[in-house]
Design a protein around this ligand. Sequence first.
Ligand SMILES: [Zn+2]
Length: 427
Amino acid sequence: MQIYRSGLLRFADDHSALYEEDGLLAVGPDAQGRQLVQAAGAWHALAPEYAQWPVVHWSGRIIAPGFIDMHMHFPQTDVIGSPADGLLPWLENYTFPHESRFADPAYAAGVAIVFLDELLRNGVTTALTFATSHPASVDALMNEAQARGLRLIAGKVLQDRHSPDGVRDETRQSLLDTEALIGRWHGKDRLGYAITPRFAPSCTEAQLRGAGELAARYPDVWVQSHVAENKDEIRWARELFPAARSYLAVYDDFGLMRERAVYAHCIHFDDADRALMRDTGAVAAVSPTSNLFLGSGFFDYAGADRVGFRYGLASDVGGGTSFSPFHTMLAAYYVGREGQTKPGLSLSPQALWWQHTAGAAQALGLTGVIGNLQPGCEADFVVLDPGATPLLARKTAHAANLDELLFALIVLGDDRVIERTVISQAK
Ligand SMILES: [Zn+2]
C-alpha cells in the first residue's frame, strides 16, 4: 500500500466536487495486482487507520483524477494549428496528406511516442482516439500504450470513399481488418477498441452496414465518429443519404448508435436528434477548441440538458488547438456563453472539471473505473501545482472557496500546472 498526503479533489455521485485541503489517498493492489484506490478522504480521519504504510507528502499540491479526453486523432499531432477555411478544406489540404504517411509503421510508432508523451505531460490519462485507415497505425499506438500501462481506446479509421489515395481503404478488407484488430487489442491489459467510421460522407453504405454489424456482434467495443460539425458537411451528408431523417439518423439507420457510441461535435442538432442520442445511449464528445478554431459552431449545452443526453469534453487534436484539459475547459466555458438564457456562469468550474474526468468516464461507460478517485477506481491521477506560475500562485492563494480555486486553474492553467502524472499500472 502507498499513502499520498496532499490536497485531494474527487467527485460525488451527484457530480459535485469533493475537496480536502489536507487529504489522504491510499493506493494498493487488488487480487489481480491492479493498483486501485483503497481509501480517499480527510487526512485526520483516515491517517490512524493507514499509519503502518509509507507516506509520500506533496505539500501545497493537489491530487486530482487524471483527465479523460473523449475525442482525439493521434495521427494529427503534427496537424495542430494548420490554417484552413473550415472543416472540408482542412481535411483535404492538411489532414489527409499527413495521415497518408502512417502507412509506414515506423513513422506511426514515432508519432505514437510523441502523442502519448504529450497526453501525460498534460495530465490526460485516458484518451479515445482515432488512428488512421492503416491497421499498422493502431498497432503502433496500442503497443506503446500497453508498454506504459495506459487505459486507452483507439480504432482504425474506416473511409472507403470520398478520400484520396493513400488514406482510402477497401470495403471488405477494412471490415476484416477491424475485426482482427478487435481480437488483437480489445480487453488486452487496459486497452479498448473503437469501431471508427471517419464520418458518414467518407463511408459507403456497405461499409457503414458492416461497421454496424460489428457493433452488434461486439457490444462492449466502442464506436466513434463525427456528426453535425459543420454546415457544408451536413449538406453533403444529406445529399448522400437522402432517405435518412437527419445526418445523425444515418448512423442509427446502420446500427451505429448504442451505449459506448461516441459522436464528436453534435453541434447542429434538432430536438429529434437530441432525443435519438438520449434514447440510444449514444454520447457526445464536446470539442470546443476545435469548434472555435474551425468556425464550426457552438455546442448547445442547454439543449443537451433539456432533452437529457450525455456528453463529456474532448480536445479533438489536431482540429483542436491544445492537448491541455485546462484550455479545453476554458473554451467550453466560452461556448456555454453562446445562447445562454439564464443569468450567471455559463458552466460552473465543478461542472467543467467533471465533464473532463468523472463525467467523461460515465459517458464512456467507465464509471467507477477511471475519472474519479473513489475507492475501487484505478489509480490514474495528476499532481497539480496551484502555484505553477506567478499569477496563478497569487490567484489560488486568495481563492475563498473551491469554485474560485478551480476557476483560477481552468482560466490560467496549462501543462505547467501538471507537476506529475501517475498511472495505475506503470511499467
Ligand atoms: Zn475529430
